[in-house]
Design a protein around this ligand. Structure first.
Ligand code: SF4
Length: 201
């Protein structure tokens, strides 16, 4: 019993991971690569475990929104509109999100093949450039890896901003309803746990 409570209490503090990740990225963009952990871990758990353990237990982002919206009371707590919960919106948003990931990968490849120089900017929605030099990038990484880091950090920041806006407007964890990783892992779990047809004969 005590052990279970202790486990729960350290998970309640996982929101710190979100804060540390974004601060480290501002300090040096090389740290943006750490964000791949948040991409790969839920996928591995869904593919090999057939479950959403990451969402249910280990996701720092979900805890971050719960802290801001729930414990700190920043959320209006209104229900989300039905269309935002619908399948078509969640799949469309997932496609859009992975489309942005595709554009990050393309930019990385162009820099790696020396077709263009590094674009050292942090951009919301891969288009809205934040003013100023937000992150130090020199020295640690080769140019292609620096490009990926800027693009990936931009993607993570875009999803954070969307999550904060939906947390303010609706219930604290409304982002989880249309989070692309949540949608993708749900799809994988459904496929993995699909009842098998009885063997013929
Ligand atoms: S849906 Fe997304 S943000 Fe929410 S718990 Fe799952 S991975 Fe985290």
């Amino acid at each position: 019993m005590k052990k279970a409570t202790a486990r729960k209490s350290w998970r309640n503090h996982l929101w710190i991971v979100t804060c540390v990740y974004f601060l480290l990225g501002l300090y040096n963009i090389a740290f943006a690569w750490l964000g791949l952990i948040f991409f790969v871990t839920p996928l591995l758990l869904a593919i090999f475990g057939g479950n959403k353990a990451f969402c249910n237990q280990y996701c720092d982002r979900g805890r971050f929104f719960r802290l801001l919206g729930g414990q700190l009371g920043l959320s209006r707590g209104a229900p989300m509109p039905g269309w935002m919960k619908s399948g078509w919106f969640r799949y469309l948003f997932m496609a859009y999100f992975f489309g942005m990931f595709g554009s990050v990968s393309l930019a990385t490849w162009l820099v790696a093949s020396q077709a263009r120089a590094v674009d050292g900017a942090i951009k919301l929605f891969q288009a809205l450039r934040l003013p100023g030099d937000w992150s130090y990038s020199a020295g640690l990484l080769p140019p292609w890896a620096t490009q990926f880091a800027f693009g990936f950090y931009s993607l993570m920041l875009t999803s954070l901003v969307l999550g904060i806006v939906t947390m303010l407007l609706f219930k604290p964890r409304s982002w989880c309803v249309y989070c692309p990783m949540g949608t993708l892992t749900q799809m994988i779990c459904k496929l993995k746990n699909k009842p098998q047809p009885p063997a013929a004969g």
